[in-house]
Design a binder for this molecule. Structure first.
Ligand code: AMP
Ligand code: MG
Length: 402
């Protein structure tokens, strides 16, 4: 399994870049550092509604013996006062007001009373420490700081941070376009009457969700019947239009499995076929005209497991992310889990709020959709191993929408 992943990742090259407005970058992967355009805060300002003062005027102020200051006026947020605070004076300020010259602290409104009609006299009922309730220029972010490094998928918080420093445009990796093909002559379009022996096609929507969770743009193609000609036609169209291709079905040893023969007919190259895991053994990986093609088995359980283990990290790398690791959560087994076989077993599991891990359904067969739909992630059980009830385990969580 590790070798297969290495062989895939070595073939994945991050796509080129495009310039986009910073407000459009949530979920995109930056290809250059985001550098703070200005410091935050951009100037010293008040953290409170109150009065800007000189702390030295208030050293002995108390409720019993208030200090009396002359108020020079007010400075609402969004304006700059030219008042200069000298001993015995103060200025009415609000949260976010720039600190006036001469002041070194803010006394909060709750610790003051005003005297007279004009509010010109302010009684201060408590002392303040120098710099109390002042937010300093650059204490949060300094102009020129690197906010986000290249190869990072940008969060909404980071977009907000970058915009606060005045950034407008940035360079992001192009989103990989990923073709999704489902092969199988038994497959019917959902919504159409079922043909005799037919089943509703459900892997393309599954793979679409998974492709989006890898930060890529899905391109969904029509169902492909089981013939070499139809498979070649569909694959060669997708190769022209996409950066990577994911197919489902047709990779086993049956007479109607045409993905591998299609590689050959189209002049592609198969890098490997079959991995020692369960489910997902018949995964095939290769390239056609330098476009990576992942041939997943058709059973939904197998398709999901192989996508998550191999295709997700590959697409994430193609999308420009420099460091990727599946997210894991530690839990405790509520039941023992047994793998008597000689392939690494991946069980669909649930994890509750108490971190108890159990199988998401008794039917863990590769075609079973029920245990997939209720699962939170995968538990890996090495070949020939029993994990005992109560054992600490690490659950690989299904990737989330990024
Ligand atoms: P295959 O990998 O083509 O041998 O398919 C394995 C099993 O998965 C068969 O039972 C197929 O009918 C089923 N299957 C294949 N493709 C799909 C699909 N797109 N949607 C639902 N089931 C599928
Ligand atoms: Mg098939």
């Amino acid at each position: 399994m590790e070798e297969a992943l290495d062989r895939i990742l070595v073939k994945m090259n991050p796509l080129g870049s495009e310039l986009v407005h910073i407000s459009e970058t949530e979920g995109r992967v930056v290809s250059e550092s985001l550098i703070a355009g200005i410091s935050l805060p951009p100037w010293d300002n008040s953290a409170m509604d109150g009065y800007a003062v000189k702390a030295s005027d208030l050293t002995s102020a108390s409720a019993e013996a208030p200090a009396v200051l002359k108020c020079l006026g007010e400075s609402p947020a969004g304006s700059v006062s030219d008042s200069v605070i000298v001993p015995g004076t103060c200025l009415r300020v609000f949260t976010g007001s720039p600190m006036p010259q001469g002041a070194d602290a803010v006394v909060m409104q709750e610790d003051t009373r005003t005297l007279g009609e004009s509010d010109e006299q302010v009684l201060v009922l408590d002392s303040v420490r120098p710099f109390e309730s002042v937010r300093f220029k650059g204490e949060d972010v300094k102009e020129g700081d690197a906010l986000v490094s290249p190869g990072t998928r940008v969060s909404g918080f980071q977009v907000s941070l970058a915009m606060a420093t005045g950034l407008q445009r940035c360079s992001v990796h192009c989103r990989p376009r990923v073709g999704i093909l489902a092969t199988g002559s038994e497959l019917c379009e959902p919504g159409q009457p079922l043909t005799p022996g037919g089943i509703y096609e459900s892997n393309r929507i599954l793979l679409k969700s998974l492709v989006q969770r890898a930060g890529c743009e899905p391109v969904v193609y029509p169902i492909v019947e089981d013939s070499l000609e139809a498979t070649c036609q569909a694959l060669s169209k997708a190769v022209e239009e996409c950066d990577a291709i994911v197919t489902s079905g047709g990779v086993s040893v049956g007479d109607y499995d045409f993905i591998k023969p299609a590689f050959e007919s189209l002049g592609g190259e198969i890098d490997f076929w079959r991995i020692r895991i369960k489910p997902g053994k018949p995964l095939v990986f290769g390239e056609i005209k330098s476009v990576p093609v992942f041939g997943l088995p058709g059973n939904p359980g197998s398709a999901t497991v192989t996508f998550t283990l191999f295709v997700h990290p590959a697409l994430v790398k193609m999308g420009g992310v420099s460091k990727y690791q599946h997210s894991h959560i530690q839990g405790i087994l509520t039941e023992s889990m047994n793998n008597p076989g000689n392939r690494r077993l991946f069980l669909r599991v649930q994890l509750n709020a108490d971190r108890e891990v159990s199988m998401s359904g008794r039917n863990q067969a590769s075609h079973a959709l029920g245990s997939l739909a209720t699962s939170d992630g995968l538990l890996s059980v090495p070949e020939g191993t029993v994990l005992a009830q109560g054992a600490p385990v690490s659950v690989m969580m299904w990737p989330k929408l990024s």
